[in-house]
Design a protein around this ligand. Structure first.
Ligand SMILES: NC(=O)c1ccc[n+]([C@@H]2O[C@H](COP(=O)([O-])OP(=O)(O)OC[C@H]3O[C@@H](n4cnc5c(N)ncnc54)[C@H](O)[C@@H]3O)[C@@H](O)[C@H]2O)c1
Length: 273
């Protein structure tokens, strides 16, 4: 039985993950903590019946919660600042972390990776836990190898509540493409291309354009456009519901509970792609 700590169980991803975790026979949710809904019973909040009557606790008491409940794995889908603080506490306490939060800082990734090695406590970090999107990363990179001299642009669309832009998935596909064609994403990424009225910017100039749309309740669309002379290919991935992301996160929890190598795993490794 995997003892699971859920950080951020009241968010839209947190609720889906909590529901799957409470219903999973291989997982026991030993703690759930957030800044909202403290003191409420998790299953009641989700509107499901469960023999697990765990209550949501205050994330500010995370260290004490860990010591009392001794989870094997923590899962965190919250906001970058909170994840950076809370997952450092977890890894220092030898709790394996599955991190789905996006827009994490480079400084955090570096510090966290050092702690993973120092504490011999593996982790999973992925900006998108859906199976299809991870196949999309692979195919996008493969296509880029064939079409390295074409213009490549990435367009993503998400619901209007999303706080970060561009999406972590757009950045990941950009990185996969740039690695495939042997360029550094930081030197070729061009965000937006929007110069405002009357200012001109001509041509793609061997950049990879990355564009974000925020509208309505779009769950998550990513398009890679490869445009050559007189023809183009569009590779598109669309998420219809967040269920695919939540079930991928549970797959990552089960993988990580058994993982032998001390490292930060990607979802590609979790899925064996
Ligand atoms: N990796 C993936 O597959 C994937 C999929 C969807 C969303 N995401 C990312 O997951 C994150 C959450 O997305 P969401 O749509 O569920 O957001 P949301 O706004 O619905 O939920 C955020 C949750 O974080 C909680 N929270 C805020 N501050 C906190 C703190 N200090 N400590 C603990 N909890 C805190 C909130 O109360 C809430 O429960 C975002 O970064 C999003 O980009 C990743």
């Amino acid at each position: 039985m995997i003892k699971l700590l859920i950080i951020g169980p009241t968010g839209s991803m947190g609720r889906l993950i909590s529901r799957l975790a409470l219903e999973d026979e291989e997982i026991k949710v030993v703690a759930a903590c957030d800044i909202n809904n403290i003191g409420n019973e998790l299953a009641l909040l989700l509107g499901i019946k469960s023999s697990n009557q765990i209550k949501i606790e205050d994330v500010n008491n995370l260290q004490e919660i860990i010591e009392r409940t001794r989870p094997d794995v923590a899962i965190d889908f919250t906001i970058a600042d909170a994840t950076e603080r809370n997952c450092i506490i977890c890894v220092k306490s030898n709790i394996r972390c599955v991190i789905g939060t996006t827009a994490l800082s480079r400084a955090f990734i570096e510090e966290f990776t050092l702690l993973v090695n120092e504490k011999k406590t593996p982790a999973v970090i992925s900006s998108n836990m859906a199976t299809g999107v991870n196949v999309f990363f692979e195919v996008a990179a493969q296509l880029a190898k064939y079409l390295a001299d074409w213009d490549i642009e990435i367009v993503e669309a998400h619901h209007h509540r999303k706080v970060d832009s561009p999406s972590g998935t757009a950045l990941t596909v950009g990185k996969a493409i740039s690695e495939a064609i042997g360029v550094d994403i930081d030197s070729v990424a061009k965000y937006g291309r929007d110069k405002g009225p009357n200012k001109r910017e001509i041509g793609a100039r061997k950049e990879i354009g990355i564009h974000a749309i925020r509208a309505g309740d779009i769950v998550g669309d990513h398009l890679v456009l490869y445009a050559g002379n007189g023809e183009r290919i569009e590779l598109k991935h669309q998420v219809h519901s967040q269920n695919c992301l939540a079930s991928g996160a549970i797959t990552a929890v089960k993988f990580l509970a058994k993982a032998k190598d001390v490292k930060v795993y990607s979802m590609k490794e979790v899925l064996g792609l």
